[in-house]
Design a protein around this ligand. Structure first.
Ligand code: ADP
Length: 260
């Protein structure tokens, strides 16, 4: 009887202990999420404010008639146009990103030929690569189906290919591949660009993170591209990996589950 009693007391104690641990863990996770959200919001406001401040300043200068010379007016309106485009892109990226926040509820799940999706993005970006003097290649095996949300998979491919073009100096090379690997559909983008130091490779998927090198600073971007890629991959239960050597180039690989 005594040992049954001790057993019951021990069992109750253990239950309370594990219960408390569980509650504590959930609370910590909740707090971490909240602080991540607050950080995200303050970064978003900061990122939006910078181009807006320039637009406002140039517009005010012109409205007050402080700018008289035709070439200055042209220069300032050009800058307003450029900053507005930056703002537009940034808002687009944020909308894309927050779409991921709502997760799979906002997704429209369907059977998607990943090769076809990659080819669409590739064709849409060919002229940008061409303008930069970068050669692009497409190596796809057709009929590689995944269950996914087309819009998000399109933006995953777009972000990776755009980055490969952006962070490669001419006369560089970008190769986009879709192939079959057992139960996986493997999408990868290889470039002969500037590469990423191994110490930076874990940071680049963080919200708004941009490597502090010269090329990144002179290249337009929000630092949200790879954060979106990571989120899309997570929502599709796929994994993303990066292999890169500074000065040699990078390969980003996404392994998606093949559709039944
Ligand atoms: P960004 O809008 O700055 O391109 P991303 O989230 O797409 O933001 O990428 C984060 C950072 O990772 C970039 O600022 C850049 O420094 C680095 N990066 C991403 N892709 C590449 C690549 N293919 N080659 C070299 N660096 C890259």
């Amino acid at each position: 009887k005594t040992s049954i009693l001790y057993g019951l007391v021990l069992f109750s104690l253990l239950t309370v202990l594990f219960g408390s641990l569980f509650v504590f863990r959930s609370l910590t996770q909740e707090r971490r999420l909240l602080s991540m959200k607050a950080n995200f919001l303050s970064s978003v406001s900061h990122e939006l404010k910078t181009p807006l401040t320039s637009i406002k300043m140039f517009a005010e200068m012109m409205a007050k008639g402080r700018v008289q010379k035709m070439e200055k007016i042209q220069e300032y309106s050009g800058l307003i146009g450029k900053e507005s485009t930056r703002l537009e892109n940034l808002i687009g990226a944020i909308l894309n990103y927050t779409r991921m926040e709502r997760g799979s509820q906002a997704f429209h799940w369907e059977r998607i030929d990943m090769a076809q999706c990659a080819e669409k993005v590739y064709n849409a970006l060919l002229h940008i690569a061409d303008d930069r003097g970068i050669k692009m290649d497409l190596e796809i095996e057709r009929g590689n189906f995944v269950m996914g949300d087309y819009t998000s998979l399109y933006s995953l491919a777009q972000n990776l290919i755009e980055n490969a073009i952006k962070y490669t100096n001419p006369p560089g090379h970008v190769t986009v591949r879709v192939k079959n690997e057992l139960d996986k559909v493997v999408f990868s983008v290889t470039d002969t660009g500037i590469g990423i130091a191994s110490s930076e490779q874990k940071n680049i998927f963080n919200d708004f993170y941009r490597v502090g090198d010269e090329m990144t600073r002179s290249t337009k971007g929000s630092g949200l591209g790879l954060a979106i890629v990571k989120r899309v991959a997570e929502a599709h239960k796929a994994d993303v990996s990066v292999q890169s050597k500074p000065g040699k180039g990078s390969t980003f690989t996404v392994r998606l589950r093949k559709a039944e």
